[in-house]
Design a protein around this ligand. Structure first.
Ligand code: AMP
Length: 222
């Protein structure tokens, strides 16, 4: 694992449309710098696996490609932050302006402001391709692309041999709705973070290695 220098950025938000590569980059950041990614989507799926009230309520909305209420995810993130040391990589949070403002408040109280927001800029065509080929491991939660890291859908997870599944919201119908939600509710965070001087725009259609190289250059810059 790489050692962090003085200006190292360890409070990060990954912002972008569905399937723009946020989860993949969060895994690469973890492997290089040891910061555990925090995905509110994965938290909600975990709540559902455990059969909690929040998980069941969220699943109804998620299946339809809708965002869950701000209060639901803010509660999860607040609990998460309280149990951690101040480093984080948020994948898929914040997803609304209200969540962005709430996060700012939570971090202000803890005196741990954001260091950078990576914006994954990618075309609609690339997103469609990625969604249709994406599978997730039920056991370890890692994401793979059929035809790239795994040959066929019924193969086991290449990392832990777990069962690979398509997410219930990775359909073209749900994607359309998720893109609408993204444009209406999430995209306003782009100018919000640009004005705050935190936005770093990534050419997210490039290979995972090329995108990660841009990210690590920024994270390690003094
Ligand atoms: P993801 O795994 O990040 O693509 O999230 C899957 C689904 O979980 C989203 O389509 C939403 O329904 C829900 N979700 C995840 N994170 C958030 C969030 N920050 N705000 C609202 N809904 C969320």
């Amino acid at each position: 694992m790489k050692k962090a220098g003085a200006g190292f950025k360890s409070r990060i938000v990954l912002l972008g449309p569905p399937a723009s590569g946020k989860g993949t980059q969060a895994e690469l950041i973890k492997a290089r710098y040891g910061i555990e990614p925090t995905s509110t989507g994965a938290m909600l799926r975990d709540e559902l696996r455990r059969g909690t009230e929040i998980g069941i309520a969220a699943d109804e909305l998620t299946r339809r490609g809708q965002l869950v209420p701000d209060s639901m995810v803010i509660g999860l993130v607040e609990n998460w932050l309280s149990a951690r040391d101040g480093s984080f990589v948020f994948d898929g949070f914040p997803r609304t302006l209200a969540q962005g403002i709430e996060l700012e408040k939570l971090l202000l109280t803890r005196q741990t402001p954001l260091d950078a927001v990576f914006f994954f800029n990618v075309s609609q065509e690339v997103i469609r391709e990625r969604v249709l080929h994406r599978v997730t491991c039920e056991e370890c939660g890692r994401i793979f692309s059929i035809g790239l890291q795994v040959a066929a859908e019924n193969n086991p997870c290449p990392v832990c041999r777990g069962h690979l599944v398509h997410r219930s919201d990775d359909t073209l119908e749900a994607l359309e709705q998720r893109m609408n939600e993204y444009r209406q509710k999430t995209e306003p965070l782009v100018p919000f973070y640009r004005e705050a001087g935190l936005l770093v725009e990534l050419a997210a259609a490039e290979s995972p290695e090329a995108v990660f190289s841009e990210i690590s250059t920024v994270m390690e810059a003094a």
